[in-house]
Design a protein around this ligand. Structure first.
Ligand SMILES: Nc1ncnc2c1ncn2[C@@H]1O[C@H](COP(=O)(O)OP(=O)(O)OP(=O)(O)O)[C@@H](O)[C@H]1O
Ligand code: SF4
Ligand SMILES: [Mg+2]
Length: 333
């Protein structure tokens, strides 16, 4: 029998009370991640990727959260902060897009990793310092003992991101959530960081959630993909079928926006026209309808259904998709 999932999210809803009314940033979301697998969560800005990851980590302070987040069988929604804090670091860890905002400028990177280890593992000072050097070596930082004594500003962007990965993995968590970990890096360094995460994952059998707005990143590292639109799941599939037969028009749009080898340099990047849906006053029907290219060839009856009835997330296309008119054939590559 297959391993039970390490992370299992069911019917997650995250709502922010705002002066203009409640903002439902994540709605009815569900996904699973097993040990040794990477789930890529992809969607454009504002689709709810970070709100989802922060809900899993228990980092929201002002949001109402309902549904279930189970980590290794333990329910995290409603868990007291003290217990959540124990799980963060030891059982699950997160890395963010901008390492500088997560690193303190006045302490050396070695001190910061050691402190993190001491707090979560309750290790002694000397053991924590040694673990910090070891962790820096594990993420490929040359001369780790010397570099442990340096400050964040003495590291390049890519090396700082390695430091963050070292810190996240220093306490041997089982789940790693990476929220746009390579967005701020140039392409070569981005590839190195993605390879590093993949290698560490293989070595340790980590479950990884890789959050990105870039399907190119997903293609490189993910086993499974969840496409989010307006806080909801649009489509979910293992990576190969998702790229071969994307069923949701939004997923197709994301794929069409990927740069291709035969693109001319002076060609503008393709984007999906229109803007993300309002979460404050969601329209009835499909949230993607105002931007959906599929409606150009839909019948009046189909169009009216799309505009009045919210599609449920289901398996009609072979894998779950939230669309009344999912595509069943592949895209030309
Ligand atoms: N504290 C908050 N109060 C009200 N709305 C919020 C709050 N935090 C996030 N949101 C809203 O939730 C939605 C989802 O935000 P989120 O940060 O998860 O997007 P994202 O998919 O991570 O985007 P990006 O690619 O830009 O990082 C956005 O519309 C955002 O404005
Ligand atoms: S339900 Fe209709 S509007 Fe929404 S994505 Fe599918 S075809 Fe487009
Ligand atoms: Mg984000």
């Amino acid at each position: 029998m297959a391993d039970p999932p390490l992370l299992s999210v069911t019917d997650l809803k995250v709502t922010f009370p705002t002066p203009r009314g409640p903002v439902r940033a994540v709605d009815s979301l569900g996904f699973e991640v097993r040990r040794g697998r990477t789930l890529g969560i992809v969607g454009e800005s504002g689709s709810g990727k970070s709100v989802t990851s922060m809900a899993v980590m228990g980092l929201h302070t002002a949001a109402e959260i309902t549904g279930s987040v189970r980590l290794d069988g333990q329910e995290l929604v409603g868990l007291p902060e003290r217990e959540m804090n124990r799980l963060r670091g030891r059982k699950m860890a997160m890395i963010f897009q901008d390492p500088l905002s997560s690193l303190h400028p006045y302490y050396t990177v070695g001190e910061q990793i050691a402190e993190h280890h001491r707090v979560h593992i309750r290790s002694g000072r000397r053991a924590a310092r040694e673990r910090a050097v070891e962790a820096l070596a594990e993420v490929g930082i040359p001369e780790p003992r010397r570099r442990a004594g340096e400050y964040p500003h003495q590291f390049s962007g890519g090396m700082r991101q390695r430091v963050m990965i070292a810190m996240a993995l220093a306490c041997e968590p089982e789940l790693l959530i990476a929220d746009e970990p390579t967005t701020a890096l140039d392409v070569t360094v981005q590839a190195q960081i993605l390879e590093l995460i993949a290698a560490l994952q293989q070595d340790r059998g980590l479950a990884v959630v890789m959050i990105t707005h870039d399907l190119g990143v997903v293609a490189r590292v993910a086993h499974d993909v969840l496409v989010m639109y307006g806080g909801r799941a649009a489509e979910q599939a293992p990576v190969d079928p998702l790229f071969a037969v994307p069923s949701h028009p939004y997923t197709r749009g994301l794929l069409d926006s990927l740069p291709r080898l035969d693109d001319r340099d002076d060609e503008p990047l393709r984007t999906i026209p229109g803007s993300p849906p309002s979460l404050l006053a969601p329209a009835p029907g499909c949230a993607f309808a105002p931007r959906c290219p599929r409606l150009a060839t839909a019948t009046d009856q189909e169009r009216s259904r799309c505009e009045s009835e919210r599609p449920s997330f289901g398996g009609a296309a072979g894998h779950p998709v939230a669309c009344h008119l999912p595509a069943h054939e592949g895209v030309a590559s």
